[in-house]
Every structure is written in C-alpha cells, then in structure tokens.
Design a protein around this ligand. Sequence first.
Ligand code: ADP
Ligand SMILES: Cc1ncc(COP(=O)(O)OP(=O)(O)O)c(N)n1
Length: 289
Amino acid sequence: MSTAPRVAPPRVLTVAGSDSGGGAGIQADLKTMLALGVHGMSVLTAVTAQNSLGVQGAWELPVEAVRAQYRSVVDDIGVQAVKTGMLASAELVEAVAELVGGTHAPVVVDPVGVSKHGDPLLASSALDSVRTKLLPVATVATPNLDEVAQLTGVRVESADGMRRAAAAVLSYGPAWALIKGGHLSGDAVDFLTDGSDELWLRAPRFDNRHTHGTGCTLASAIASGLAKGQTVPDAVTAAKEYVTGAIAAGFALGEGIGPVDHGWRFRADHGPGADDGRDGHDADGTDPA
Ligand SMILES: Nc1ncnc2c1ncn2[C@@H]1O[C@H](COP(=O)(O)OP(=O)(O)O)[C@@H](O)[C@H]1O
Ligand SMILES: Cc1ncc(COP(=O)(O)OP(=O)(O)O)c(N)n1
C-alpha cells in the first residue's frame, strides 16, 4: 500500500545543554516538543553530568561545533521557532545571539543561570553578554526570579514586584518578558508583558518536590506554540497549562529531585491532581517520602 508523505509538523530548535538525567536541558526540550506535536531539533552547547542530586560536571562545546550544528539544521530543515537554554560562557552566548538574531523565527530565551541545586550553568562573566547581545534578539525572555536578580539587580519577594522586574528585563530589548514566580510561595503566578499588554498566569502550587526541568519545559512549550503560529499570550497560556500538568505529575527518580512528567497528557487518567496509579506519586501531587 502506498501512502502520500505526511506534511511535516512545525519545526522547533533548542540550543541548550544536555542533562544526562533526562529531566532538564535538551532532553526536557525534546520531550516537550514531542508531547506538543512539533518536530524537535537540537544544537548542543554543553554536556553536563547531572542527576537528581545535582550537577557533577559540565563541559562546553567549542563555538565552531555550535555554529556548525546550527547551520546544519537551519540551512536545510528550517525552523519555525528557536529556544535557548544553558549557554555556559560569554563566547557561546555571543555566538548564539548572532545566530538566532540572523534567523527569521521567534526566539524564546530562557536565561539559565543556576540549576535547582545551586550549580552554576552560566559563567558570571557571561551575564553582560546575555544582557546586551542575547536579550535584545529575544521574542520572549523567561527568567526566574534568581535570574531577574542576577541580570537586572531587581529582587522580587512577592507577585507585587513582578511588574517592576518585567520592566527591568524589557529595558534590555526582548519583545516580551515572562517573569516566572515559581520560587515564591502560594499560587504559582507568572507575569507576561510587552510593556503595554499584561497577562497574569496563575496555577495552584503543587506540593511536589519533583520539579526538575520546569523552566526548560515551559520555554520549550512556548516555542512550540509560537511555531504553530500562536500569538505570544496564547503560546504562554498553553505552555503554562502544559507545565502545570507536568509538575502535578512529577515523579521520584534517584535520591533527590525527580523530573516533571513530560508525557502526562499521554497517561490514561491525566490532569493536574489525577492519580495515574504509579508508585511514588500521590493524587494530590505530594511526595509520599
Ligand atoms: N510547585 C509548583 N507548582 C506549580 N507550578 C510551579 C511550581 N514550581 C514552579 N512552577 C511553575 O513552573 C514554571 C517554571 O518556573 P520556575 O520553576 O520558577 O522556573 P525555573 O525552572 O527556571 O527556576 C512557572 O510557570 C512556575 O510558576
Ligand atoms: C543542561 C541543563 N540546562 C538547564 C537546566 C536548568 O533547568 P530548569 O528547567 O531551570 O530546571 P532546574 O534545574 O531548575 O530543575 C539544567 N538543570 N541543566
């Protein structure tokens, strides 16, 4: 039986580091893209030896290897959206900023600074390059509150400060800033603005310690929505819903912080708070340990 070739799904490229434990970085990005129905592609910037306990080692790739991967993918296959994550050094930040700045596709910049365990994923000497080279070419920048403080000096202790944080991030030139309130207490509240339109995104906070990879997952989900032609507010709204479900279904792995569940929508009984019957995960998202 002959079948006509399928029309290719939208293509999304992640430029990020590898997490050997599979919860964050390139691995989280590609899983998110699969779950959201786009074709995921990757440009590796660094390799980390990483697990549920932290980052045991990190090695950058040479700039020429990053450039070559990028050109291979973009020049032949093409991209409808790009997401950047761990970029490690000033040299890599500047090379990636130049590459994505010359590509006709929306760019989601997750300015990854430090892992959940406190391990540095970006040299402090690279902060200025993030501010002056990478943020100006971003369609959406998605800093968490630690990254906001590192990049802008603005410290946010409650949702009230998020508007001020967004203004400080926007001053470096991204079209939109999404300030993530995952590190606050209470509801998980994020704030999106382009300086005139504003959107508050609110979800219940799950009392689940297995949240490794939340930021990578959210940024990749936004890029996936943009590649499908959604507006920034629609893509961010859909991405927030996806990451919320993934956090609710996060599961224990290893001795430390387990990953969010990128495949939660594939489970028979999915949804925030649903009990899919796996060991080690309660219906209310609490850690039984
Ligand atoms: N425990 C939680 N329950 C629900 N949502 C959360 C929780 N922790 C983080 N989030 C959400 O996950 C997304 C990523 O945020 P955050 O964890 O702050 O990013 P990062 O991984 O970059 O530190 C945001 O939408 C945030 O509100
Ligand atoms: C290789 C790599 N890239 C990025 C991160 C940070 O990911 P994030 O989604 O912010 O998740 P946490 O580290 O906060 O759990 C990473 N750890 N490794």
